[in-house]
Structure formats: C-alpha cells, structure tokens
Design a protein around this ligand. Structure first.
Ligand code: SF4
Length: 382
C-alpha cells in the first residue's frame, strides 16, 4: 500500500541561501526553496543526505513534507538586502498544488525584479507560466528539466522504477516544448547519470535528440554522488529491486567515496559533447543576460573561463590549470567594477590587480576584451 504524505507547516527564520561562489553550472549563488522533503522521492536523490534532510527515518524524506509557511515574506525581506542576481527557486512537487508557495515566491521575485532559475521534474511548473514569462520579460527566467532517459531507452522501465513518484520523462519533454514555444529558455539537466542505466551511447544520444526536438537549448550532465544515509538508502534500494546492478555500483562507489571512482566519466561527457554538437546544442548552460546589469561583461568572461575549465577537464588537463581558470573566474565574479573600466584605466596592470589573475591570464583577458569590442551583443540566453 502506498504511503500517504504528511505536511508539517512551520516558520523558519531564514530562506535565502548564499553560496560562497557562483555555481558554474546554473549561474546561481542564491537559492530559496519552500519545502523540505520531496514527494517525487527519486531513489538516488542527494537531498536525502543528512545536511539536507534532517529526518530520523530516511524514508520520511518523500512523505513528510515541511512547508515553509512564511516563505514569501522571508524571501521579500532577504531580497531587499541582496544584489539583483539569479535566484535558484521553485519546487513543483505535488504539495505545491495545495500550498502554492513556489508561486508566491515567484511573485516576490517578479515584484523585486530578480531573475530566476528553476530545475524541475514536474510539468506542474507550467501552471505558473504567466508569472515565469513576466519575470523573463523583466529580469530573465530559465527553466530546466531533470531528465536522464527517454521512453526509447531499453532501461526506461528500471529508471521509471527509480523515479516512480515523479511524472514520466515524456511529460517533462512536453512541458519543455510548451516553455520553449512560450519563449522561455529551457533545456535538460541529465542529472544524475546512473551507471549501467543511463550511460549507453544510445540513451545519451536520445536525450540530446529529444531535447533538441522539444525546443531545449542546452544539455548539462553530471554524475551520481552518494553520501552517508543517502548512500545506504540507495544501495539498499538497488539490492532489493535491481540486485544485478549492485556489483557495478559497489565498484564505482567503494566505501567512503562520494563521487564515482574509476567511472569513465570523461568518455560519457565527451559523447554528450559530440551528440550536442550534432544537434547544435551546447553541453553547458549559457548564462542569461540580466537586463540593466552593469557587470554583464564580467559575467560573460566568467562564463568563458568556466567553459574553459570544463573543456580542460574533458581534456584531462592537469588540475592546476583548471583551478587557475576557476579561481580567476571567482575573483572576476566578485569584482565590483566593470572589468572593461579596469582595463581602460590601468591596462594589463589593472587586470593583474584582480586576485588570482597573473600575467598569462591578464593577457588572455586583454585579448578577450579586444575581441568583445567587435561583438554587437553580449550573447548568452536572451
Ligand atoms: S525531484 Fe529532485 S529534489 Fe525531488 S526527489 Fe527527485 S531529485 Fe530529489
């Protein structure tokens, strides 16, 4: 018998999380969510880790949903003290039909002029298309869907079992099409790629193709992570439902590992890159340009450096090279002045005064800035 959900309203003191650095996948530093727990209950979900799911019984994560009653008020107060940056928000699990906290939080983002990024597994997000369009018109909105396979996949019945409480992938692709038709930038986050279930060349190609055919503008991919109680939970699930997969997962996730070890991640990522190129999609999410943002060029440069980091990782470049670009990107993100002014006033020396930017990177930035003068628009998701 299926278990009934229980909703526990409460009034937290804060709602807006701020990361130390802007995330180089979704371009967000701020996030705010209206619920704890998720009725979609995907068996692999990292939100079952203790730091995200403070439940005594790990099973409660999918059935005991804590509802932040005062979420919109808290968000309004927090955003009034926050620079206008993209906010990662929205949660369209079934609870949202009743409590409408995601909608109310989007209304606050619209009122305060903040752009939003939404990552979803449910077409319920379309209920708020009116608001999302208005936010996009004023400040930008991007809606991505978590999708790891298509109905074409021979393993889709197994993936379906793992995600059985969330709407099927076909419905998410349909929702993507509606958003794309409505002019909202959208795409696929193939997260997490489940070893032995989603990583066949056929499935990777199909996800990219379905994304392109449904108006998606990008495909991002990353691997499965396993930690503390979530790890035990997922391994127990596999042992119970798909015992033939257990040896594979035990091999890639030896005790103590968080990310997969020995998994051919680069090979998978390079395949996705190749399929994306074939369908004219990037395998990175282009950064949205926020209207009126005085630091647009800084952010474009950060995007370029972050893309370089990813390309270097795919090339198996030495870690120090990757980190050189990553740290410079973080420093440029935090630079309050327009980087063009820094360069105009002080030349290369000015660029080298930015933390983590040495002579070589200053030279690269100079070249990039000169090339950017000939661009007629800043690029990115419009
Ligand atoms: S929809 Fe997202 S948050 Fe909810 S259980 Fe699935 S992976 Fe976790």
């Amino acid at each position: 018998m299926s278990r009934r959900s229980v909703f526990i309203p409460y009034r937290p003191k804060t709602i807006l999380n701020k990361s130390k650095h802007v995330d180089h996948w979704f371009w967000t530093r701020y996030s705010a969510y209206p619920y704890i727990g998720c009725q979609h209950g995907c068996e692999f979900c990292y939100c079952r880790e203790r730091k995200y799911a403070p439940y005594e019984a790990v099973d409660d994560f999918a059935y005991v949903i804590k509802v932040k009653e005062n979420a919109p008020d808290l968000l309004r107060r927090a955003l009034s003290r926050t620079p206008v940056e993209m906010v990662f928000t929205g949660d369209y699990q079934p609870a949202e039909r009743k409590f409408k906290k995601s909608r109310q939080m989007l209304e606050v983002c619209l009122e305060m002029g903040f752009p939003v990024f939404i990552l979803e597994r449910s077409p319920l997000v379309l209920r708020d298309l009116d608001l999302i369009q208005e936010i996009h018109r004023r400040a930008r909105a991007v809606v991505a869907f978590s999708i790891v396979d298509t109905p074409e996949s021979p393993k889709s019945h197994q993936v379906r079992e793992i995600e059985r409480l969330s709407p099927p992938a076909s419905k998410r692709f349909e929702a993507m099409q509606v958003l794309a038709t409505a002019g909202i930038p959208t795409g696929t986050c193939m997260m997490p790629i489940l070893p032995g279930l989603c990583d066949s060349p056929e499935n990777l190609e199909a996800v990219v193709r379905w994304t392109a055919e449904h108006g998606g503008q990008f495909v991002l991919a990353s691997g499965l992570t396993l930690s503390d109680q979530q790890r035990e939970y997922f391994m127990d699930f596999l042992g119970d439902r798909f015992p033939a997969l257990l040896p594979l997962y035990r091999r890639f996730y030896p005790p103590g590992s968080y990310a997969p070890s020995g998994y051919p991640w680069r090979e998978v990522a390079l395949r996705i890159r190749e399929y994306c190129a074939g369908y004219g999609l990037p395998d990175r999410m282009p950064r949205a340009v926020i209207p009126g943002d005085k630091r647009t060029m800084n952010k474009r440069l950060v995007e370029t450096f972050a893309d370089t980091c990813y390309a270097l990782e795919l090339d198996d470049a030495p870690a120090y090279k990757v980190w050189a670009y990553r740290k410079a990107a973080w420093a440029i993100e935090d630079l309050e002045q327009d980087i063009r002014l820094v360069y105009q006033q002080l030349g290369r020396k000015g660029l080298q005064s930015i933390p983590n930017v040495g002579a070589d990177l200053a030279g690269e930035i100079e070249t990039w800035l000169k090339a950017s003068e000939s661009r007629d628009r800043p690029g990115g998701l419009q």
